[in-house]
Structure formats: C-alpha cells, structure tokens
Design a protein around this ligand. Sequence first.
Ligand SMILES: Nc1ncnc2c1ncn2[C@@H]1O[C@H](COP(=O)(O)OP(=O)(O)OP(=O)(O)O)[C@@H](O)[C@H]1O
Length: 245
Amino acid sequence: MSAVLEVRDLTKSFGGLHVTRSVNLTVEEGERHLLIGPNGAGKTTLFNLIAGDLLSDSGSIRVMGHEVSGLPTAARTRHGLARTYQIITLFGRDTLRHNVMLALMGKSPQRWRCWGGFGRDGLAQQALEILDSVGLRHKADQHLEQTSYGEKRRLEIAMALAQKPRLLLLDEPLAGLSAEERETVHALLASIGRDITIVMIEHDMEVALAFADRITLLHYGEVITGGTRQQVVDDPRTREIYLGH
Ligand SMILES: Nc1ncnc2c1ncn2[C@@H]1O[C@H](COP(=O)(O)OP(=O)(O)OP(=O)(O)O)[C@@H](O)[C@H]1O
C-alpha cells in the first residue's frame, strides 16, 4: 500500500485563533479514514485546507505523491481529489442531470465544446449513468428543489464520484438525514470501490465506526490520537474528549 494523502506539519490560524496545529495525517490507498472531534475541533478547516478551499499558513499536503498545498482547488481535482460539503452546495433550480453534467464538465477535456452536438450528448448520457449508480436515474429531469434532502446528499456524492477521484473527502454525509435516508446513504458509501480512498467527517458514531478502518481524533486543531478503529476507540483520551461528552 502507498499513501494517497500525506499531511505534514500543517498549520492554519484565523487571526489569533490556531485552528490547525501542526497536523500530521497519512491515509493509505483504499483506506476508510474517519476524522472525529468535538464541535470546533478544526475538522472542516482541515478538509478545506486539503481541498484547497483555504490555503494553509505552513506545512505540506501531498495527494498521490504530488505537493498540492499551493495549488488552487481545480488543480487538486486534477490530482484526483474530490469532496462534498457539510452544507449542500448544489444548483437548486437546475435538474439533477444538469447538476451532474456541470460536475463532469469540471473534469472533462471537452468542457469548452460541451454545449454543442456530441459533447453535450455524451455528457448527458454519462450523467444518466452516474445518476443510475446512486439510484436517481428516474429523477434525472426533476428540479433539485423537488427532491428530498437524502436524495440531494446522494446527488452530491454522485457528483463527487463523477470526477473519478482517487481521494474522496466526505463532510458529514449523514447529517440531517432521517433513519431511512441514513441507511440508503450508508449503503451507497459502502458500495464505493476500494480504488477510491475515503476520508470522512461524521458525528453519527454507529455508522462512522462501522465504516472506518482508521480514525484520527482532533481537538483544538491538534491531532490527539490516531490509529486503527480499535486503538482509537480504546484510547481513554477518545472517551474523555469525544465519546463521553
Ligand atoms: N473562516 C473562518 N474565520 C474565523 N474562524 C473560523 C473560520 N472557519 C472556522 N473558524 C473557526 O475555526 C474553528 C474550527 O472550525 P471547524 O469548522 O473547522 O470545526 P469542526 O471540527 O469542523 O466543527 P463542527 O463539528 O462543528 O463542524 C472554530 O472555532 C471556528 O469558529
């Protein structure tokens, strides 16, 4: 196995607030890695730094062996990185199919000619296949506003998968879902092949623990402990800082 993600001595402050404190994190190929920590621990900030939505103050981020810490988001996508957000960021007035096509355009070398002839048809067909893979083909021409929250979450994951990532960052994919929707999204996540490495932030510990191979616990921007699921769950600091509260 080799590392798909290597974060070294990563730091970020907002004014005087140190939200990422010399963070080190290694995620191996195919791994399901869970980031946990209390509210405000810096989990989403770490995702933002890895994905390029924020720039770090110092430190290194390597994706598939490439240093990406100075690169814009689009360039990181080309190195195989995709993410979803804690708050859904889709185009509400557009159809599901069109949303996926927009995600595909981000990746496709045809993006400049996709609105004419073959390019557009090809993308539309690909979008249908992607919607099919997350059980939403029958809703392809529905406006996003008309779909349920759980369907939006599935669409968001489909859009990230459309970019054919090697590394997928999922920010609380189960947040706000009903028990039934959680099961559907959980099944979708479980169906993603090990050719895609996943780092996930999730507060639903039952699902998250079932999913994770390895866990990292953050607190006040610092890595407190990390290791296999069992090691981290058995670590008294996990109970004290996270599970017990
Ligand atoms: N753009 C920003 N400007 C200033 N402070 C910020 C900014 N973004 C995040 N913070 C602060 O950084 C800290 C870490 O926030 P972050 O959202 O990364 O935590 P989190 O672990 O993801 O929390 P949660 O579980 O509640 O989503 C918090 O104190 C937050 O208020």
